[in-house]
Design a protein around this ligand. Structure first.
Ligand code: CA
Ligand code: CA
Length: 451
């Protein structure tokens, strides 16, 4: 093995490819791995040259640890044929080859003819979202109106003409005697433009938004009620602040542009109620949804559903995070871990420490085979700090021992009353977080990137 060439990549780099090895080695002189492209946490491309006299067909890429163990296998959907003398780029699907721990690795490539080639070694960092660096000029979004509970979506195609053309859209909660949801947009995530009125079509008391974007569009939950039969591209779930102790505490609507919403309606309980209204239940009431994941190939059975929603449950004081499952986004059945017919929380207060009594307002990302959660927590409310947790299935979570990530006591004036509401987005191989800070009576949004 030759030595790695690349330096430790910068996690805050905006480039897609932040590290690269360019040396090669091989076992058979037929194929040669000329370079491996990696981001901080995964392999994204492998360049292979055929140096033999006949065509070869690449079928697999392995990520190998120095002791020769395969820690990841990428099977090409069909073998890649390389004529003699030619160089080919194997574009590995995002997050397919990730490392279980930070260290040196190499790539092995095989052909259907029995050929094998290996790369030089290179360094990869384990994906860890428990260490963030706050932007020095926070807050990045501090309008005249109160801004909190951000939900941010990134689209490399600037949403393809579906509403405002911009790389980032942020829906957020405001409050001035009534709760409202607003939309802002940005091309860098730092400088934001704000529409001069709240979004339309939602309940008259709307907060805590979570929005999903569907680039291919959909026909809508209530097709006949769509405006001029418009195709919908956005779904929103949000809190109706007037309905705390009923399932109608959470509502659903659809939009062609993210600004004008239609088909607004309350959620309904499925077989296992997500919100019960029953005294002393952890999910008697709800302060709303917090994150919805979309899986178009789900079986809609067991714990594998097209929509999986993390939501707030409260008996009136403490708050916990539960999960609901749905095939249509409107009727939801709760995650019943112990099979007693009642939904069970998946994240609760720790019983001691900074998130002793309250957890809520999270973002969950599935990256490779791991779920990552940034959540809000506290002793007196969910507004006090931000923590990190991981899970292999999205259901059973382990809180990070280094929590909290951020806390109102960090000594930063802009968020010394409240620090919460992490909205985390993957952007071309790295991650960005927006979150709320409160100082005095001012509610604003800050920005952070992984350490
Ligand atoms: Ca302000
Ligand atoms: Ca149960």
């Amino acid at each position: 093995m030759s030595s790695p060439l690349q330096d430790q990549p910068s996690p805050t780099s905006s480039s897609t490819i932040s590290s690269e090895t360019t040396t090669s080695s091989s076992i058979l002189p037929i194929i040669l791995v000329e370079s491996v492209k990696s981001r901080n946490y995964d392999v994204v491309g492998v360049y292979v040259r055929n140096v033999g006299a006949s065509s070869v067909n690449i079928d697999r890429v392995y990520l190998m640890s120095p002791d020769g163990a395969a820690v990841g296998i990428y099977v090409l959907s069909s073998p890649l044929s390389i004529p003699p003398g030619q160089l080919a780029n194997i574009a590995v699907e995002p997050w397919y080859l990730m490392v279980p721990k930070s260290g040196n690795y190499y790539v092995k490539v095989t052909t259907t003819e029995g050929g094998v080639a290996v790369s030089s070694t290179f360094y990869l960092k384990k994906l860890y979202l428990g260490d963030w660096v706050e932007y020095s000029k926070n807050p990045v979004f501090d309008p005249d109106i109160r801004a909190y509970y951000p939900c941010v979506i990134y689209d490399a195609n600037s949403f393809s003409g579906h509403g405002e053309s911009a790389k980032y859209k942020m829906w957020f909660n405001s409050y001035n005697n009534i709760y409202t949801i607003w939309l802002a947009y940005s091309n860098d995530g730092i400088t934001w433009n704000l529409y001069n009125s709240p979004v339309s079509g939602l309940s008259s008391s709307a907060g805590h938004p979570w929005v999903l974007y569907f680039p291919g569009g959909f026909s809508g939950k209530n097709n006949g009620n769509n405006p001029s039969s418009a195709t919908m591209y956005y779904r929103i779930w949000y809190w109706d602040t007037t309905k705390l102790y009923t399932v109608e505490a959470i509502r659903y609507a659809e939009s062609p542009d993210g600004l004008n919403w239609y088909n607004d309606q309350p959620l309904q309980n499925g077989v296992v109620p997500i919100i019960t209204g029953t005294d002393s239940d952890w999910n008697k009431g709800s302060y709303g949804p917090t994150c919805v994941l979309y899986n178009p190939s789900a079986s809609n059975s067991g714990t594998n559903w097209m929509f999986m929603m993390y939501y707030d449950g409260t008996p009136g004081n403490n708050e916990s995070i539960g999960i609901g499952f749905s095939s249509d986004g409107v009727t939801w059945t709760g995650y019943d871990k112990n099979g007693d017919g009642k939904a069970d929380p998946v994240l609760t207060g720790s019983g001691s420490g900074w998130d002793k009594n309250y957890v809520y307002s999270c973002t969950v990302l599935k990256i490779g085979s791991t779920y990552h959660m940034l959540y809000s927590g506290g002793v007196e409310s969910t507004n006090e700090g931000i923590g990190y947790a991981t899970s292999s299935d999205g259901l059973t979570w382990t809180k990070d021992p280094n929590n909290p990530v951020f806390h109102k006591s960090d000594g930063l004036a802009w968020r010394n009353i409240r620090t919460y509401n992490p909205a985390v987005v993957e952007v071309e191989g790295t991650f960005k977080m927006w979150f709320t800070g409160v100082s005095g009576s001012n509610y604003a949004i800050g920005y952070a990137t992984p350490e």
